[in-house]
Design a protein around this ligand. Structure first.
Ligand code: NAP
Length: 513
């Protein structure tokens, strides 16, 4: 069974065969979408398409055009042609389009969420939450569009004037991941549109249908042709080379793995392209002796198990102080054992499928490696592939105790529903363990000691810190990492800066007033 399911995403014909193997005809729902180029929904010039499958069932849910270099170029042409008109619109007009886009996305929440669950797997309630989150970026940056201010700097020579202008960088390309297929796009479109940039997006090939629906909403909200363009392709390397080789594309914003991020940094050198990189994470989650244990465990579960553990801000190393260690492990084990696993469109499901069999393999590799090296299995700990799970990529929500730094789970992103717990004695030790990572995206801790709260928050080498909470994402905050988690910030008042160039103008000989 396992080999029949493996890498189903890159083998849709195999997915159909696997479904038929177990006596179920794959249901083709026919959610077929197209590329968006200059306001037209078009096929790839080669007319080839690729299938999109449901990770809960292996069924084909729809298909997308498989763009080639000429299609990517056409999308860049369209974005370049739209640039002057869009950037010279009054900011209030761009703001209106952004706010209307948020409204249209909200009106279509149920449809977008259903498609997201079908192609990505997350429970419907989480998908609906993500649609809301995606809309919030467009709304927030609708406000920011009107606040792109310059400066007048006092000149050294009183005869002169010094102006600082903030201007759109130009055509932007966005490359986005499958784990948040709507929000990771609007987190880029929002500030790009606010700044006056036009964009081409290449979404993950696992989740292109959600991307198409979000773009339809933005288009229906009145974005002029070419302001946002969509290319989907299974050849992501080709797309990247075309984008990075085109001098009209001035900036690339990427969310995805650190490995691909590093590749893009190398590509960017060719034309010294501006980059924003939101890459992988390996969040530490510290629970001190004085924490509110219910709150801490609930926060930990929210951080660790949302989206079946497939988020960049997921807790991946859990450190619990000795005095409460046993109580936390017991409580965590009890709560996780009760989590319902199943297809995301079924009521009551908390954990959907992983994105594909490679994801299941990785989670299992981390669990088996930890057990082999001495970790204790508290609950879960295996693939789910019997009965209704047989056609999907499911993994049991798992808690491990006695995790040590030599285990894979302590250094690599698990990207699955696996919580590995370690014990610590002192605050100093906890900080040292937490900072001992090449990643620096997000860290969490729980304490009721206000002085410790400030001390620990200051010492954690991360771009984001959650204190007494496991949920930190929002449109109005600067989201991003340090170290190998990337650079640049998305969201918040600084989010729009990523899409603006700063120009200083010296006007000589004006005279004194
Ligand atoms: P990924 O494999 O790096 O893919 C991300 C995007 O890059 C997809 O659109 C993918 O296209 C494309 N891509 C893959 N190889 C490429 C290449 N050689 N050149 C150019 N583009 C390429 O990451 P993922 O598995 O989709 O997403 C999970 C990762 O994203 C995790 O590491 C997670 O931590 C990170 N993430 C970070 C944040 C953040 O804000 N820091 C947020 C969400 C996720 P295909 O799908 O067609 O391969």
């Amino acid at each position: 069974m396992q080999s029949g399911k493996r890498n189903r995403r890159s083998d849709p014909a195999g997915a159909r065969a696997a479904a038929e193997e177990v006596g179920q005809m794959a249901v083709i729902t026919g959610k077929d979408e197209r590329l968006l180029v200059g306001g037209e929904w078009v096929e790839a010039s080669s007319e080839s398409r690729f299938d999109v499958t449901n990770p809960a069932t292996g069924e084909v849910v729809g298909s997308m055009p498989d763009a080639g270099p000429e299609d990517v170029e056409a999308a860049i042409d369209a974005a370049a042609a739209a640039l002057d008109g869009w950037k010279s619109l009054p900011a209030i007009e761009r703001a209106r389009v952004l706010r209307r886009s948020a409204d249209v996305i909200r009106e279509r929440k149920d449809e977008i969420a259903a498609v997201m669950t079908a192609e990505q797997g997350k429970p419907l309630a989480e998908a609906a939450g993500e649609v809301e989150y995606a809309a919030s970026f467009l709304e927030w940056f609708g406000g920011e569009a009107e606040r792109v201010y310059g400066q007048v700097v006092p000149a050294v020579n009183p005869q002169n004037r010094v102006l600082v202008l903030r201007q759109p960088v130009g055509v932007v390309a966005a490359i986005t991941p499958w784990n948040f297929p709507a929000a990771m796009m609007t987190r880029k479109f929002g500030p790009a549109m606010a700044a006056g940039c036009t964009s081409v997006v290449k979404p993950a090939s696992a989740t292109p249908l959600t991307a198409a629906l979000v773009l339809r909403a933005i288009e229906d909200a009145g974005a002029p042709p070419g302001v946002v363009n969509l290319v989907t392709s299974r050849s992501s390397g080709m797309v990247a080379e075309t984008i990075f080789g085109d001098r009209r594309v001035r900036k690339i914003s990427f969310t995805g793995s650190t490995e691909v991020g590093k590749e893009l940094i190398r590509l960017s050198a060719g034309q010294v392209k501006r980059l924003s990189l939101e890459l992988g994470g390996h969040a530490p989650y510290l629970i001190f002796d004085d924490a509110d244990l219910e709150e801490a465990v609930d926060g930990l579960i929210a951080s660790k198990f949302r989206n079946a553990g497939q988020t960049c801000v997921c807790a991946n190393r859990i450190y619990v102080q000795s005095g409460v260690h046993d109580a936390v492990v017991r409580l965590l084990g009890e709560k996780v054992a009760r989590m319902v696993v199943g297809p995301g469109d079924r009521p009551g499901v908390a954990i959907g499928p992983l994105i594909d069999e490679r994801g299941v393999d990785k989670a299992d590799q981390h669990v088996q490696d930890a057990i082999r090296r001495g970790a204790h299995l508290v609950t879960g700990g295996g693939r789910l592939d019997d009965g209704e799970y047989a056609r999907g990529s499911f993994y049991a929500p798992t808690v491990l105790d006695g995790v040590t730094p030599d285990m894979l789970i302590s250094t690599e992103e698990t990207f699955g529903p696996v919580a590995g717990v370690s014990r610590f004695e002192t605050e100093e030790e906890a900080i040292r363990l937490a900072n001992d990572s090449v990643y620096g995206l997000c860290a969490y801790f729980h304490t009721r000691d206000y002085a410790r709260l400030l001390r620990v928050a200051e010492q954690l080498e991360y771009g984001i810190v959650g204190a007494n909470t496991g949920i930190i994402s929002a449109a109005n905050v600067p989201f991003g990492g340090v170290k190998e988690s990337g650079y640049g910030r998305e969201g918040g008042a600084v989010g729009v800066d990523e899409y603006l160039d700063v120009k200083y103008v010296l006007v000589a000989g004006v005279g004194t007033p």
